[in-house]
Design a protein around this ligand. Structure first.
Ligand code: HEC
Ligand code: HEC
Length: 221
């Protein structure tokens, strides 16, 4: 019901109502995510993360079916990566391979591997609101006009693969992936708007990168 209400508001152009509503969810969501995960150890994470690089360390590596690029992780918020791994573990995100990967890790290992894979969070100069396409303006309040998440719980979208962003927004629409904040927002987008926002955020620089593979003779150490 409330979702329909939100959608009709968005469609009539009163996007600000959605931002306020979503902001409310964000405030509600804070106490749960405020449980401090253990501090991550990047050195340990690098050892654990070796298997992850088989997919996340190969530029342009794609998921076979459905076809989309495996997400870039380097520069991503470490807090967000920890949340994501916990969501794969508890089934809030349905992707089977990642569910198994996350199940094999304990809380400390999740913090370690997220710290290693995320590395130094990417930063960027502010971008004027006028440069943001209309469909992406509502997103900027959390994901930044420059695509950099405004708080650690908000993922950075700058430089993320376009095909992955499109895939994820569809996943929220179908309920394949669930988020109290993003579900309603994704439902409010048309396919054309999804293509516009994905193109905008994926082309922003500086942005996320593929994690370099430290153990090959090409990437050095
Ligand atoms: C077989 C390939 C594969 C392997 C191995 C793999 N991943 Fe993934 N990973 C994926 C794919 C594909 C997705 C996107 C899944 C989806 O649509 O939810 C993903 C998503 C993620 C995400 C969510 C990113 C985001 O932006 O929300 C994180 C975090 C992650 N993987 C971490 C890891 C870690 C840590 C490991 C190793 C322990 C690992 N992955 C191993 C393929 C892989
Ligand atoms: C009120 C804050 C808020 C707003 C506004 C918002 N988002 Fe999000 N977004 C989030 C949060 C929190 C997550 C993480 C949810 C999860 O773990 O699934 C997220 C996740 C995402 C992801 C998944 C990223 C990944 O790496 O897997 C995409 C893509 C995304 N948002 C796109 C958008 C777009 C496009 C808009 C505007 C149409 C938007 N968001 C508006 C808070 C917001």
């Amino acid at each position: 019901m409330s979702e329909l209400w939100l959608c009709s508001y968005v469609r009539s152009g009163l996007r600000i109502a959605l931002v306020i509503a979503a902001g409310g969810f964000a405030a509600l969501a804070t106490p749960a995510s405020a449980q401090q995960p253990p501090a991550g150890n990047a050195h340990q994470g690098r050892i654990i993360g070796y298997t992850c690089l088989g997919c996340h360390g190969i530029k342009g590596y794609r998921n076979a079916y459905p076809d989309y690029a495996v997400p870039r992780l380097r520069g991503q918020s470490v807090t967000y990566l920890i949340n994501a791994l916990n969501e794969y573990r508890n089934g809030q995100r349905a992707y089977p391979t990642m569910h198994l990967q996350a199940l094999s890790l304990n809380e400390q290992q999740i913090a370690d591997v997220a710290t290693y894979l995320g590395g130094k969070p990417v930063t960027a100069k502010p971008v004027p609101q006028s440069a943001v396409p209309k469909a992406a303006q509502v997103c900027a309040s959390c994901h930044g006009a420059n695509g950099i998440g405004v708080a650690p719980m908000y993922p950075t979208l700058a430089g993320q693969h376009e095909s992955y962003l499109i895939r994820v927004l569809h996943e929220y629409q179908t309920g394949y992936r669930q988020s109290p904040i993003m579900d309603a927002i994704a439902h409010s987008l048309t396919d054309a708007e999804i293509r516009t926002v994905a193109a905008y955020f994926s082309h922003l620089k500086p942005g996320l990168h593929t994690v370099p593979r430290p153990y090959t003779r090409w990437s050095g150490r």
